[in-house]
Structures are given as structure tokens and as C-alpha cells.
Design a protein around this ligand. Sequence first.
Ligand SMILES: Nc1ncnc2c1ncn2[C@@H]1O[C@H](COP(=O)(O)OP(=O)(O)OP(=O)(O)O)[C@@H](O)[C@H]1O
Ligand SMILES: [Mg+2]
Length: 510
Amino acid sequence: MTNSGVLLQMTDISKSFPGVKALDKVSITVRSGTVHALMGENGAGKSTLMKCAFGLYHPDEGEIKIDGKSVTLENPRKAMDCGISMIHQELQPIRTQNVMENIWVGRYPYKKTGPIHWVDEKKMYDDTKALLDELHIHDIDPYTSMGELSVSHCQLLEIARSVSYGAKVIIMDEPTSSLTDAESELLFAIISKLTAAGTAIIYISHRIEEILRLADEVTILRDGELVGCWPASELDGNLIVNRMVGREMTTRFPPKNRKIGEEYLQIENFTSADPSSFKDVNFHVRRGEVLGVGGLVGAQRTELMETVFGLRPLASGTIKIGGKQVEIKNAYDAITNGIALLTEERRATGIFPLLDITENTVVAKEAKEPEYFHMKNGLLDSKKRNNETQDYVEKLSVKTPTLKTPIINLSGGNQQKVLLARWMLTSPDILILDEPTRGIDVGAKFEIYTLIEQLVEQGKCVIMISSEMPELLGMCDRIMVMCEGKLTGILDGETATEEQIMLLASSYNK
Ligand SMILES: Nc1ncnc2c1ncn2[C@@H]1O[C@H](COP(=O)(O)OP(=O)(O)OP(=O)(O)O)[C@@H](O)[C@H]1O
Ligand SMILES: [Mg+2]
């Protein structure tokens, strides 16, 4: 196959869901040995298009050709037989399986002793080893149980499994959104190996730097329509952003007008009940301040903030709010003390998938102030619930057909915006955000930053855990950095640099 060989061609694909036309005559041509980026704002239709290519959704109209032959992809099994594979955004490995069982599930090799068939463990081990070697993944043993692996390793194994099926086209939907920089590098190295061998990668990401570095071609969607397809060499960051949002975007952060007040939240000698987690952490947040929290995976940033929010037990330490010591034993205590926490894992701890947008938005407010949405006669004031939800839907440009739509039907980025709305509605004094813009497009990031800015200008405290350096540097007044459960330094947001953060975040600094 030559480098220009077309592996996958989707022509005039349309797909509607109740109340929304997710794709309107979208076409994409994917060539062998290339990385084809698929870009667009939240809800533009990227995942939907790829689910059509993987047989998870069936297009209402349009044609899919693989290797020049027209195909109907009834289900993912058929897509895999045709050489298409998809690495899912939210991985759900069976935790009790080991690595090799996970790769060969449904396809175990058997050997025969007399009348009995046994799983041929040795062959399975050797095949797995060979497969991992081929991809230069040397640090995973085939016997390791899936439950012990990090997200990035699970992702690498998904890729290994795709390769074992002989996939010619591998779709990656926001693969680096939960990876560290080093883990992303490993993924990029594997992507180059795969493309060098003729595989095509369809790569969805909101990270423009990553796209410019990896992609050969870039297809951009907007509101379910094709904007166009360009060789990456003809694009730069601004062109991509302008074509995605359909207007000029000149700044990435809103103007700041902060007045920083007295210390409001004080955390003293915080040590986790879990001995492998954080130890002896001290910090404070002042009114009207954004405190950033930087660090690598394993730094225990999430664990620390979940403990502040009462989700994890403390061995020792105190919390003071407004100078007064408070007891926070659970999320309810936290919420009634004016703390809100937007968690990093929206699938696991955030959304109520089958409930609609309104229910998902008002739930925390109702926990905090049970009377708030009741009328005088005690009945639920559904108009008020809807109005306040609608208000945030507009402020955050949440793309949803109606307020009655189950949240699971929203695109990933739009689900995240609803969760943010949930916490904003409680008007917290202290808002803790754990990777708030993960999976969120550039335009929507700006809207979220603007809301954060408004909060701090009202004198509230914001704590923001982020792995995106530009976001830490662009939004925070101070940046505290953690490494392996220890606070290694607090930097001034005005003068801090990426290098300083990295240095404090890495263990040789200790
Ligand atoms: N199963 C579904 N039922 C109803 N609507 C859906 C369903 N799946 C997707 N949609 C709608 O289709 C549109 C496109 O969603 P899609 O998930 O493809 O966006 P996306 O480009 O992947 O966005 P993101 O960057 O946020 O992941 C959205 O308006 C979404 O709400
Ligand atoms: Mg998506």
C-alpha cells in the first residue's frame, strides 16, 4: 500500500438524535500511514462520526468505504473484522483479569490433552510478550492484573489489542486527556511506529499543540458540519481555532481585576489516614484568590482536595474557614460549610447518567438548601429549577437540545460544563476544581475562566488542580506544587515559569 492509499472513506454521513442533527453530510478520507486529526468544539460531532465508523451508531445517510469497498457496519465486531478499531475515551477494563486475558478475551488459544481442551497459557504469554515487544512496551508483564495498571498502561494495552486484531485504522478519542506528559510521549512514540507500518490513526484532541505536532491532515467540524480538511503543514494554532469556532479568538484568558483579601481557608498539618498519601501539608487560600495546584500523576493532589472535601479520612490536621476551626467528615459537611468540589472523573463520581440536565444541575443546591426550590405550599418549584438551570446553560453555552435530555446524551465536554454549573449554583465560598477544563474546547475554556474570574472578583476562593501549565500560569495568583504527597513549593503566579513548576513537581527535587 502506498502512502496515499485511502483506507477509510466516509461520504456525506448524516446522523440525527431526537432534537439534534449531530452530523450533516460530513465526509472524511483517511489514508494509510497517516495521523488524521479530527477537531471541533464540544458537541461538534467528532465522537458521533467515529462511533459511526466503529459500528456503534448507524448513520441515517451516507456511505462508508473501507479499502475501496462499500460496507455496512452493523456493530463493532463487524468494524473490527474490517480493520477498524477504537480506543475508548472512558476505559473500563475488567479489573480481575490479567493483562493477557484482557488482550485475548474471546480468542484464548487452546491446546488438547486427550479429550480435554485447556487454555494454552504458555502460548498466550508468549504471544502477549511478542505483541508488547513489537510496540516497545517493556514495563508490563502479561500476568499483571488489570486492576493494578495506571490509566495510561490500560490505554497502551487497548492499542496492543487493536494491533492484535490487525487493525488498519485505529481511532483514538481524546487519548491523552488523562495522561501525564511522559505517558503522552510514550503514546506518541507508539503512534509513529504504527504509522510507519502503514496503520492510520484518527486522533481526536482539544490540545492544539499536540495536533500540530502529530497530525498529517486535520479535519475540522463545526455544529455537525464539515468545515474542511487541510494538511497540517498549512495550519497553525490560530487558524485551527478560528476555523473551529467560526470567529477570531484573540485571547485565551479573560482580563483580571482581582482584589485579594484576607486568608479565608487555612489547612494546617494535613496528613492523610492513608500512609501512602499526603503528609504534613500546610497552605491557605485568600479571599478573591485563585490558588493553582500543580504536580505529576501520583502527587496526591486529588487525594488532598478530596480530603478537604470530606471524602477521605484524615490522620491529623485542621481546617479553618474564616478563622474558625470546622469539622468536615463528609461531603455534606463540606457543602454546608460552603465548599464545592468538581471532581476529575466525571463518569465515576460526577454525573447521574440517566437524569436530565436540570436534575444534574440542581442536585447539590438541593442538598445544601433543601428549601430553595420549594414553593410556599411545599411543592417543588419546577419553574425555578428550570430557570436557574437555563441560566447556566446559557452562561456556559451548554449544547443540549432541551433541559429534559438525559446528560449521558451530551458530548463529553458539555457534560463537564453541566457539572460546573451544578457547583456554581451552590454559590460556594470555596470552589475546588480538579482538572476543570479536561476535554473542553478552547472557546468553552474561555467561558469557564470567565466564570472563575467572576467568582474571585466576588471575593470567593478558587483552588484549581491542573496539569495544563498554561492554565496554571494564566489563571492563578499562586501555584502550589506537590510531589509524591509532599508540598514542595508555592510560586507566585505572576513570575512562575513552567520550568519552575516542573522542577518542584519532580522527585529529584526532594
Ligand atoms: N446517544 C445520543 N443521544 C442523543 N444525542 C446525542 C447522542 N450522542 C451524541 N449526541 C449529540 O450529538 C452532538 C454531537 O456530540 P458528539 O459527542 O459527537 O460531540 P463531540 O464533537 O465528540 O464533542 P466533545 O468534544 O465534547 O466530546 C451533541 O449535540 C450531542 O448532544
Ligand atoms: Mg467527544
